[in-house]
Design a protein around this ligand. Structure first.
Ligand code: ZN
Length: 537
C-alpha cells in the first residue's frame, strides 16, 4: 500500500498526466517513507494507477462522493483497460481542466517507457541495482582504501527549472488540500536518489558504510545535453543572476538558476516556459562517477647533508639547475605509499642550496592530495621513514607521522619568535690569534638592522628588518679561519651578518673584528620548533 490519502488523488492524477515518473509523483506528494522509493518503479506506477482509479478502499472517500459516483471502479479491469481512465467530472470542471484533459487518459504502457519530464530519467532507469553495480565498478577500479563513503549527486541545472514548472503545475491543488506548505517540502531528486542507491552501492562494495560525512567521497554527476537550453530563458528574464565568471564553462550554474527561480514571478515564468515541462526524448546520459579522498597530512623533520641540494626543485627559465631537491627526495616514497595524486610541501623556514641542516633537523609537513591509501599504523610509518632514508644519503628524515590539518598550522605559528642555531666557517683577511676572537663569546642579545640582502632583493621587498643574535661563540681553527656558533632569532640573515653585505647589515662581523670577513660554509644546527612531537626511535 502506498502511503497516500484521498486528497493526494488529484495531484497524482495531474502529475501522471503531465508525464512524471512514479517516484517523482511520490516526491511531490511529500512521501517520506524511504522504503517506498526503493520498490521497483513499475510496481509503484501500477499502484498509483490503481489508486487514482479505485476509490472503494479509501478511508476518506466521503470527501469526494461525487468523484466516486462518476469514476470507474477500475479494480477489476485488466491493466490496459484500467489505465485508460477518464477524468472525473469534478476534476473536469476545475480550472486546469483543459490542460489535464489533453494529457489524459494516462496510458500505463507509455508511462513505463517514457522519460520523466521532471527527473529526466534519473529516478527511473538511472536509479536501481544495475546502476549501483556500475557506480561500484567505477569506484573499485580506482583502487581506494576506505571503510565508509559519502555519496554526492550532481544534477543538471535544468532540473531545477523543470521541478519549478511542475511545482507551479500542482501548486494550487497542493495548497488547497494542505498537502504541502512550500516548494521546499517536496522531496528533492537528490534525496530520493540517495535513499534508493545508498544501500545498493554499500552492498555492492562489500558492506562499507554509506554515510553523510566521510573522508571519501563518490560523486555521481548527471548531465542532459538535449535540455540544457531549458535554462536559457532565465538569462534574459533575470540577467542579474547570470554574470559571466572566468573559470566557469557556463553561466547556468545550479546556484544561479536556483537564484533566478526564486526571483522570477510565477506569471512571468509561465509565460516563458511550458507548464508542465515538455516531454524529453531521451533520458540523462549515464553518470560520470568521480572519487575523491580528502587530503592527508604528514609531518616530520629532515636533515640535509649535502651542499649542492636545493630545498625545492630549482628551475631557471624552464631548465633544471640541480638534479634533485630535499622536497622531491622526501616526497617520492611518501607519494607512492599513500598513492596520492600530488602534494604540497612546507617547512619551518628553509636553507640555501649550499647550507646543511644538521642536529634534530628542520620541521616539515606535506599535504597529500587525493590519497588512495590513508591509514598506516606506527610500524608502517616507521618502515616508510626507513625507505626514505635508504633512498638517499643526502637527506635523512625523523619523527615521521600523520598529523591533522589543524596541527600543521603549529609549524608556522610564531615562526619569527623561534630561535635557530648555526655554525659558520669564517675566513678573515687579517691573520688572527685565539685571543682576537675570544670577545665574541661575551656578546649577548645583539640587535641587527638588516636591509633586504642583495641576493634576495628580486623576490623580497626592500625593508630594514631588526633581528637579534642571542649569543655567539668562536672556535679558532688557523690564523685565517675560525668556526662561529650563533643562536639567533629565526629569519636572521647569517651570511650577511658575516660579510656585511656592503654595509647593508649593521653591525656585522667585519666591523666587530675590524677586518674583512667572509663565510665559507654554513650549517643549521637546530631549528627550535617543538613540532611535530618527537617519536622515540
Ligand atoms: Zn521522475
Amino acid at each position: 500500500m502506498l502511503p497516500l490519502k484521498e486528497k493526494d488523488k488529484p495531484i497524482v492524477q495531474k502529475l501522471l498526466s503531465a508525464g512524471c515518473c512514479s517516484r517523482c509523483v511520490l516526491r511531490f506528494c511529500c512521501v517520506r517513507v524511504q522504503a517506498v522509493y526503493r520498490r521497483p518503479p513499475q510496481e509503484t506506477l501500477r499502484e498509483l494507477q490503481a489508486f487514482i482509479c479505485n476509490t472503494e478502499n479509501s478511508k476518506d472517500a466521503s470527501e469526494s462522493t461525487e468523484e466516486n459516483n462518476k469514476s470507474h471502479d477500475a479494480a477489476e479491469d485488466p491493466p490496459s483497460k484500467r489505465a485508460k481512465v477518464e477524468l472525473s467530472e469534478t476534476e473536469a470542471r476545475s480550472e486546469d481542466a483543459a490542460a489535464a484533459a489533453a494529457a489524459a487518459p494516462v496510458n500505463l504502457k507509455d508511462r513505463e517507457s517514457s522519460v520523466c519530464v521532471v527527473c529526466l530519467g534519473i529516478l527511473q532507469e538511472l536509479c536501481g541495482p544495475t546502476q549501483a553495480v556500475k557506480i561500484s565498478e567505477a569506484v573499485k577500479a580506482e583502487n581506494y582504501e576506505f571503510d565508509s563513503l559519502v555519496l554526492s549527486v550532481s544534477l543538471p541545472a535544468q532540473l531545477c527549472v523543470r521541478e519549478h514548472s511542475c511545482w507551479l503545475h500542482v501548486k494550487k491543488e497542493v495548497r488547497e488540500k494542505g498537502l504541502v506548505l512550500d516548494k521546499d517540502d517536496v522531496i528533492q531528486v537528490k534525496e530520493a536518489f540517495k535513499w534508493i542507491m545508498q544501500d545498493l552501492v554499500a552492498k555492492e562494495l562489500g558492506g562499507v558504510a554509506v554515510v553523510t560525512r566521510s573522508a571519501f567521497e563518490v560523486s555521481v554527476e548527471f548531465s542532459h545535453e538535449a535540455t540544457d537550453a531549458d535554462c536559457h530563458f532565465l538569462a534574459s528574464a533575470c540577467p542579474d543572476c547570470f554574470k559571466p565568471t572566468k573559470n566557469k564553462q557556463s553561466v547556468f550554474t545550479r546556484m544561479a538558476v536556483v537564484k533566478a527561480l526564486e526571483q522570477i514571478p510565477d506569471a512571468k515564468f509561465l509565460r516563458l516556459y511550458s507548464c508542465p515541462p515538455a516531454q524529453p526524448s531521451s533520458c540523462c546520459s549515464p553518470p560520470d562517477v568521480q572519487c575523491l579522498h580528502v587530503s592527508v597530512f604528514v609531518a616530520g623533520r629532515y636533515n640535509k647533508f649535502c651542499r649542492s641540494l636545493p630545498q625545492t626543485p630549482w628551475v631557471i627559465d624552464g631548465e633544471r639547475r640541480m638534479e634533485s631537491s630535499v622536497e622531491e627526495l622526501i616526497a617520492a616514497p611518501i607519494l607512492s605509499a599513500f598513492r596520492a595524486d600530488g602534494f604540497n610541501f612546507s617547512s619551518s623556514g628553509r636553507e640555501d642550496v649550499d647550507v646543511r641542516t644538521l642536529g634534530n633537523g628542520r620541521p616539515f609537513a606535506m599535504e597529500l592530495l587525493n590519497p588512495h591509501r590513508s591509514r598506516f599504523n606506527r610500524a608502517e610509518i616507521k618502515q616508510l621513514q626507513q625507505t626514505i632514508n635508504e633512498s638517499s644519503d643526502k637527506i635523512r628524515v625523523r619523527d615521521l607521522q600523520i598529523v591533522t590539518r589543524e596541527a600543521m598550522s603549529r609549524m608556522k605559528e610564531g615562526e619569527e619568535e623561534k630561535t635557530k642555531s648555526y655554525t659558520a666557517l669564517v675566513w678573515t683577511q687579517k691573520p688572527i690569534q685565539r685571543e682576537d676572537i675570544a670577545f665574541i663569546d661575551d656578546i649577548k642579545e645583539l640587535t641587527l638592522d638588516q636591509k633586504t640582502p642583495l641576493r634576495v632583493l628580486h623576490r623580497r621587498a626592500l625593508a630594514v628588518r631588526q633581528r637579534v643574535i642571542h649569543s655567539m661563540n668562536a672556535r679558532f681553527l688557523d690564523p685565517h679561519h675560525f668556526y662561529l656558533g650563533l643562536k639567533t632569532q629565526a629569519g636572521t640573515y647569517i651570511k650577511e651578518f658575516v660579510h656585511g653585505d656592503f654595509g647593508r647589515t649593521k653591525p656585522n662581523l667585519c666591523e666587530l673584528l675590524k677586518t674583512d670577513t667572509d663565510i665559507l660554509e654554513l650549517d643549521v644546527e637546530s631549528v627550535d620548533v617543538d613540532w611535530p612531537p618527537a617519536i622515540p626511535e
